[in-house]
Design a protein around this ligand. Structure first.
Ligand code: PMP
Ligand code: GLN
Length: 388
């Protein structure tokens, strides 16, 4: 077997799988360990897919993406960046995860270095390593709310650096990169002639301010590859519909890769995606509002818990709980929380060493379940403190 395919990261989910098993066995477990929207996909999207299937959209689709979907995505990209974007710059893939893989394979050679701020999403190390490139992590500080520090990124650049990978809003931290920070990052990318890989799967879930797309900064469109999907914004994780958008040359390269690895995303799913991105769907705003309420509820509750601290996430569907004051490891906390109190969270270290002493909680459950989870988290903290 090849060494490039590390497969690491999957153990991060063990606690989540155990929580799912316990719930399936009838236990009262609140699952805050996964970012999978609890909402149904809006009905109009499902209707389009069903109608398309019934009318025979069961054949191979264009391997780079159906032209109508490419067009809708190019328009959306233009709205975000004010940079002319042709449909040929868009390649449709099987979810953002596939998009990240495609982008990495197209941009990185063995021996290249790619800078990734850490904590980072659990799959990052594995899909980057699969290219033969070296991952250079830049630790972010919990005291600075895990906000990106351009100076630390600049300090990590070597002659081998080829790309920077940024996820904003961030999984797991909830931090979002604002315009001023992007300006500094853009200077770094331009000065060192780097690619920017931008993972913006949570872009539509901003709670503080607007999502800032760095492609709008001078000199950035030609070096930015945007990776996103409908998974989170449209409650469509199971549909596996995502895309990569970049300069023409990149898109041609990515198109060649999809030809040999995917041979196109299902036509009926692509038609449904056109509906998702162009129809007026009131469900989308309703979902956004629900996530915001849940975030507010969580932050308010966690702030009054003994021995646990948190920052207010600017976007996304996750927050970090800092459990360092409890005097136990994040793993010990997460295990006890699941075993004795019936709430599952992920251990911070799964996202990198900078998240040690933290656990990640998602808010993909109802407010009443979140409320219940918060009571249990507080009870767990109290039990730990009482034993000290
Ligand atoms: N990037 C990040 C930061 C994520 O959290 C996820 C969620 N799984 C993905 C990429 C992959 O998303 P998708 O479901 O579109 O593959
Ligand atoms: N991105 C989501 C998370 O971080 C779900 C990923 C998954 O289930 N593999 O929880």
């Amino acid at each position: 077997l090849t060494q490039r395919i590390a497969g690491e990261g999957s153990s991060a989910w063990d606690i989540h799988f155990r929580a799912q098993q316990r719930r399936a066995a009838g236990e009262d477990v609140v699952i805050l360990s996964v970012g999978d929207p609890d909402f149904d996909t809006p009905a109009a999207i499902v209707d389009t897919a069903c109608n398309e299937l019934r009318s025979g959209a069961t054949h191979y689709a264009d391997h780079r993406g159906e032209p109508e979907l490419q067009q809708v995505l190019a328009k959306r990209h233009f709205a975000q960046t004010s940079v002319d974007t042709s449909p040929e710059q868009v390649v449709v893939v099987a979810g953002a995860q596939c998009g990240l893989y495609v982008a990495a394979q197209c941009l990185l050679n063995p021996g290249d270095e790619v800078i990734v701020p850490e904590p980072m999403y659990v799959t990052y190390e594995a899909f980057l390593q699969a290219t033969g490139a070296k991952v250079v992590n830049v630790p972010l500080q919990p005291e600075q709310h895990f906000n990106l520090d351009p100076a630390a990124i600049a300090a990590s650049i070597t002659p081998r650096t080829r790309a920077i990978l940024v996820n904003t809003p961030n999984n797991p931290t909830g931090a979002a990169v604002g315009g001023e920070t992007w300006k500094k990052l853009a200077e770094i990318c331009i000065e060192h002639d780097l690619w920017l890989m931008l993972d913006e799967v949570y872009a539509d879930l901003m709670f503080e301010g607007e999502h800032f797309h760095p492609g709008q900064l001078p000199g950035m469109a030609e070096r930015t590859v945007t990776i996103s999907s409908l998974s989170k914004s449209h409650a469509m994780t199971g549909w596996r519909l995502g895309w990569v958008i970049g300069p023409q040359e990149f898109a041609e390269h990515a198109g060649n890769l999809t030809l040999c690895m995917l041979y196109g995303s299902p036509a009926f799913v692509q038609s449904a995606a056109v509906t998702a991105l162009s129809a007026d769907l009131p469900e989308l705003e309703a979902m956004r509002q629900a996530y915001r309420r849940r975030r507010d509820l969580m932050v308010e509750r966690v702030q009054s818990m003994p021995g646990i601290r948190c920052h207010t996430p600017a976007g996304g569907m996750f927050m970090m709980l800092d459990v360092r004051e409890l005097g136990v490891s994040s793993e010990a906390f997460a295990e006890r929380l699941l075993d004795e109190f019936g709430v599952s969270v992920l251990v911070g270290e799964a996202f990198g060493p900078s998240a040690s002493g933290h656990v990640r909680a998602s808010f993909c459950v109802s407010e009443s379940d979140l409320d219940k989870a918060c009571e249990r988290i507080a009870a767990c903290a109290e039990a730990i403190l009482a034993e000290r």
